[in-house]
Design a binder for this molecule. Sequence first.
Ligand code: PHE
Length: 339
Amino acid sequence: MKAKIDAIRAEALELAASCPSLEELERVRVRFLGRKGRLTLMLRGLGGLPAGERPAAGAALNAAKREVAAAVEARRLALEGERDRRDLSREAVDVTLPGEPRAIGARHPVSMVMAAATEIFTGLGFTVEEGPEAETEYYNFDALNFPRDHPARDMQATLHIAGDALMRTHTSPVQIRVMQRRQPPLRCVMPGRVYRCDSDVSHSPVFHQVEGLLVGEGVHFGHLKGILSFFVGRMFGPGTRIRFRPSFFPFTEPSAEIDISCVICSGKGCRVCKDTGWVEILGAGMVHPAVFEAVGYDPERWTGYAFGMGVERIAMLRYRIDDIRLFYENDVRFLAQFR
Ligand code: PHE
């Protein structure tokens, strides 16, 4: 009996110790220690032995069971350790490797300048208004006091759609829409896209303007000069000089074009300012009484000023860009410089 137990124990220990996998090890355990395992069955069969042999055989069987169980457990720990090390090395991250760079986007310079211009005025209590890009003759011209068949309509090379419909040539029609739906006093800025039949290094068929309008009692040209001086100082820096030149727009009277001292050459004269030392950035003036009449405001009571600026022109000066078309080609080598 003793020899038989020793043989089974030795076989079990040998199998457990050399087991190549956890699954195989479980089969070995079941074969020797399971409910119908060989050692288990022998223990159950003890009753069939002569009474004198039972205690010794029982002790030997229990000892063999414990030994085999310990060997299986030891092998299980070893196999699990190997498995964990394999998993860890497969999932390992080399924290010393350089990261994958993520390209960071940048806002388009036109968007940045438009937002910056708008913010200067919202900081002064102006609201932001918008209007449609496809307009009618009425809003783009008639209500703004452009007489029918007046050559002033040709000043703005218009992209006509059909009948009365056209692409707005400036943001001034938004003035009319705002005044139609609101009563004075009011102050607002109107950023947006405008369209003209024009294309060269400084003109694009689609470009951007920021319009401004303030209506109140006792508003005069000094207020206009004050706010535009403030705007220029904020946009181009406090050293920038400003100059008003008399001009003409049908919807303002008096009208002016506003120049700033050339930011490229500080006024000494260069290619950008055509050696004059000045560059034009704005059109402005006092709202014409006929415009107030068109929207039902009493021109005897209300006065106001309006201005309109070209966003691309300001961006070109601010970032020293000499060709307007660069804004629309969307070459990342150009755009990445504005981060
Ligand atoms: N709308 C004019 C233009 O596009 C600019 C302007 C706006 C002039 C408001 C005066 C007042 O040229």
